[in-house]
Design a protein around this ligand. Structure first.
Ligand SMILES: *[C@@H]1O[C@H](CO)[C@@H](O)[C@H](O)[C@H]1NC(C)=O
Ligand SMILES: *[C@@H]1O[C@H](CO)[C@@H](O)[C@H](O)[C@H]1NC(C)=O
Ligand SMILES: *[C@@H]1O[C@H](CO)[C@@H](O)[C@H](O)[C@H]1NC(C)=O
Ligand SMILES: *[C@@H]1O[C@H](CO)[C@@H](O)[C@H](O)[C@H]1NC(C)=O
Ligand SMILES: *[C@@H]1O[C@H](CO)[C@@H](O)[C@H](O)[C@H]1NC(C)=O
Ligand SMILES: *[C@@H]1O[C@H](CO)[C@@H](O)[C@H](O)[C@H]1NC(C)=O
Ligand SMILES: *[C@@H]1O[C@H](CO)[C@@H](O)[C@H](O)[C@H]1NC(C)=O
Ligand SMILES: *[C@@H]1O[C@H](CO)[C@@H](O)[C@H](O)[C@H]1NC(C)=O
Length: 443
C-alpha cells in the first residue's frame, strides 16, 4: 500500500495507543515512586561522538517551513490535511508501512536492513527472551521475578541500570536540582501549532519523542520541532511493547525512526524512549547497537487518559501534586523527568494550562538533554544543545509578561477519541481494530 493511504490511520492509531496504554498493567503504574538512584554517569554514557551512518535528507541548519494552512491554523481539521514537502520525496519502497511493525513492506529483506542487521554481532546479545502479551494486550509477567529481575525489565521492576554488560543505562531524571524535565511523547501531532507557538512564546524547550510514522505523515511538524530548538528523540516506528517484539522487529522499529527523523529534519537521534517504558536488557542492547540511550521518567501524569479512561480532574490533581513537589523539597538534590504527551488537544491544553505554574514552582524547566548537560544529542555535531550553565530557558521575564495565549478551559477540550477513529477503522488492519475494540470495551 502507498504510504499516503495510511495517513487516515493516524487518528485511529491514537485510539490504539490509548487502548494499549490502558491494557498494560505493570509496575509502571506506580512509577511516581522514585526510581532507584543511579550515578550521574548515566547521563554521559553515550557522550562519545557517533558518526551517523545515514546520509541525505534535509539540511538541519536551513530548515524552511512555509506558511500554509497546515502550519499556521489552530483548527484541527485544517492542520491535519495531508500535504507533501517540496524536495522531500518519500519513496514508499524505502519505508515500513505507516503504523505497522517496522519490518513490514519487505523492510527486513531489503539490502539496507540486511546489511545493518548483519553488521551487528548478535552472539553478544543478552539472553532475555521475547516477552508475551496477554489476551487483553498487556504484558504477561508469568514466571518473571521482579525481585531478582535478571533482565532489568523496567515494566516489571522499574530497573534502569542494565544487569548485562556493554549496554547504555537509562536516563530517568534530570541531574540538575529543582528542575522539571519537560518531555512530550507521540508527536509530531498534526494539530500542535497552538502548543508549539505557546512553548516558543514561553521560551521553553522540551524533549520531543517522535513516532517514525508521524514524522513521515507530518514532516513540517518534525521540522518545526528541531527548528524551534527542541530536543528531538526516537519513540519507535509504531509504538508497540518493545519487549514483545523479535530482535529484527526491535531493530527495525528503532532504525526506521532514526532514518525518518534524519530524512525529515537532518539529524540522527542518539536518545529514544520505549513506548509504555517497556524495555529490558535485550531491547536496550539492540538500541545500544544503534548508539541509542533510553530516556524513561520518574513522574507520570497519565495525561493521555484524561477525559478517556480517567476524569480530567484526576490528571489536573496529578499536575498539582507534581507542581507542589517543586517547592516542598522533593527535588532538592536532583530534578524529575515528567511523562506528558502531545497526542491530542486535551493533553496539549493541559500542558498550556499548567506550564506557567510549573515555571513558578521549579528553578528550571528544561529538555532532558540540557538538564543533563548533553550538548550533542544527535550523531551530527552541527546541531547542539546549550549546556546547562548557559541555558536561560526559564525566562521569568517572558513568563511574567505572559504570552497572550489564554489556555482553553479544560472542560471545553474535545475528548481524545473521536467519531473519526471509528470511520477510519474501515481501512484498519485487524490488530489495530482489535485495540480500538478494546478501547471501547475498556470504557
Ligand atoms: C493529533 O491530535 C488530534 C486532536 O487534536 C487527534 O484527533 C489525533 O488523533 C492526533 N493524531 C495522532 C497521530 O496522535
Ligand atoms: C555508532 O557510532 C559509531 C561511532 O561513531 C559509528 O561508527 C557507527 O556507524 C554508529 N552506528 C550506528 C548504527 O549508528
Ligand atoms: C520479516 O518480518 C516479518 C514480519 O515481522 C516476518 O514474518 C518474516 O518472517 C521476516 N522475514 C525474514 C526473512 O526474516
Ligand atoms: C552542567 O555544566 C555546568 C557548567 O559546566 C555545571 O555547572 C553543572 O554542574 C553541570 N550539571 C550537570 C548536571 O552535570
Ligand atoms: C511533596 O508534595 C507531594 C505532592 O503533594 C507529596 O506527595 C510529598 O509527600 C511531599 N513531600 C514532602 C517532602 O513534603
Ligand atoms: C484545541 O482546540 C480548540 C478548538 O478547536 C482550539 O481553539 C485550541 O487552539 C486547541 N488547543 C490546542 C492546544 O491545540
Ligand atoms: C557558555 O557560557 C560561557 C560564559 O558566558 C561561554 O564562555 C561559553 O562559550 C558558553 N558555551 C556555550 C557552548 O555556549
Ligand atoms: C526573556 O524574555 C524577554 C521578554 O520577552 C526578552 O526580551 C528576553 O530577550 C528573553 N531573554 C532570553 C535570554 O531569552
Amino acid at each position: 500500500m502507498h504510504w499516503k493511504s495510511f495517513v487516515a490511520l493516524t487518528t485511529l492509531a491514537a485510539a490504539a495507543q490509548a487502548a494499549e496504554k490502558k491494557a498494560v498493567s505493570s509496575a509502571a503504574k506506580s512509577s511516581t515512586t522514585a526510581a532507584p538512584k543511579s550515578t550521574a554517569a548515566a547521563a554521559t554514557t553515550s557522550a562519545a561522538a557517533a558518526a551517523s551512518p545515514l546520509t541525505g535528507g534535509t539540511n538541519p541548519l536551513a530548515i524552511t517551513i512555509p506558511s500554509i494552512p497546515q502550519t499556521t491554523s489552530y483548527d484541527v481539521n485544517t492542520e491535519c490535511q495531508a500535504y507533501s514537502v517540496p524536495g522531500l520525496t518519500i519513496d514508499p519502497k524505502q519505508w515500513p508501512n505507516i503504523w505497522e511493525t517496522a519490518t513490514t513492506n519487505g523492510m527486513n529483506t531489503s539490502a539496507e536492513f540486511t546489511s545493518l542487521y548483519n553488521s551487528i554481532d548478535w552472539t553478544k546479545k543478552p539472553t532475555a527472551p521475547v516477552r508475551k502479551a496477554t489476551a487483553a494486550g498487556g504484558l504477561d509477567f508469568t514466571g518473571y521475578s521482579a525481585t531478582t529481575d535478571p533482565d532489568c525489565w523496567w515494566s516489571s521492576s522499574l530497573c534502569t541500570i542494565p544487569k548485562a554488560a556493554g549496554i547504555n543505562a537509562d536516563i530517568y531524571r534530570c541531574e540538575e536540582p529543582e528542575t522539571w524535565g519537560l518531555t512530550y511523547d507521540d508527536g509530531p501531532n498534526c494539530s500542535h501549532n497552538a502548543f508549539y507557538d505557546f512553548l516558543q512564546q514561553q521560551n521553553l524547550k522540551a524533549s520531543m519523542f517522535y513516532i517514525g510514522s508521524n514524522v513521515l505523515d507530518w514532516p513540517y511538524g518534525a521540522m518545526r520541532g528541531l527548528k524551534d530548538g527542541h530536543h528531538i528523540a526516537d519513540h519507535t516506528w509504531s509504538h508497540q511493547l518493545m519487549t514483545t517484539l523479535t530482535d529484527q522487529e526491535v531493530l527495525a522499529e528503532l532504525y526506521y525512526t532514526q532514518k525518518a527523523i534524519k530524512f525529515v529534519t537532518g539529524v540522527t537521534p542518539k536518545y529514544w524512549r520505549p513506548a509504555f517504558g517497556d524495555v529490558d536488557d535485550r531491547v536496550r542492547w539492540i538500541a545500544t547497537q544503534l548508539n541509542l540511550t533510553a530516556v524513561i521518567w520518574d513522574l507520570d501524569t497519565d495525561d493521555w487518559a484524561a477525559g478517556n479512561s480517567v476524569p480530567e480532574t484526576t490528571v489536573e490533581q496529578t499536575y498539582q501534586d507534581f507542581i507542589t513537589m517543586g517547592t516542598n523539597g522533593s527535588y532538592a538534590t536532583y530534578g524529575n523527568i515528567v511523562l506528558t504527551h502531545e497526542i491530542d488537544n486535551t493533553t496539549m491544553t493541559l500542558a498550556m494550562k499548567y506550564l506557567p505554574q510549573i515555571k513558578a514552582a521549579y528553578k528550571n524547566v528544561l529538555d532532558v538533554a540540557t538538564c543533563n548537560n548533553i550538548t550533542n544529542p544527535y550523531m551530527e555535531d552541527s546541531v547542539t544543545m546549550t549546556p546547562f550553565g548557559n541555558a536561560t530557558t526559564t525566562n521569568t521575564t517572558t513568563a511574567a509578561s505572559g504570552s497572550g495565549v489564554a489556555p482553553a478551559a479544560s472542560g471545553s477540550a474535545a475528548p481524545a477519541t473521536s467519531a473519526k477513529s471509528g470511520a477510519s477503522a474501515l481501512t484498519a488492519p485487524a490488530s489495530l481494530l482489535a485495540l480500538v475494540a478494546l478501547a471501547v470495551f475498556a470504557q
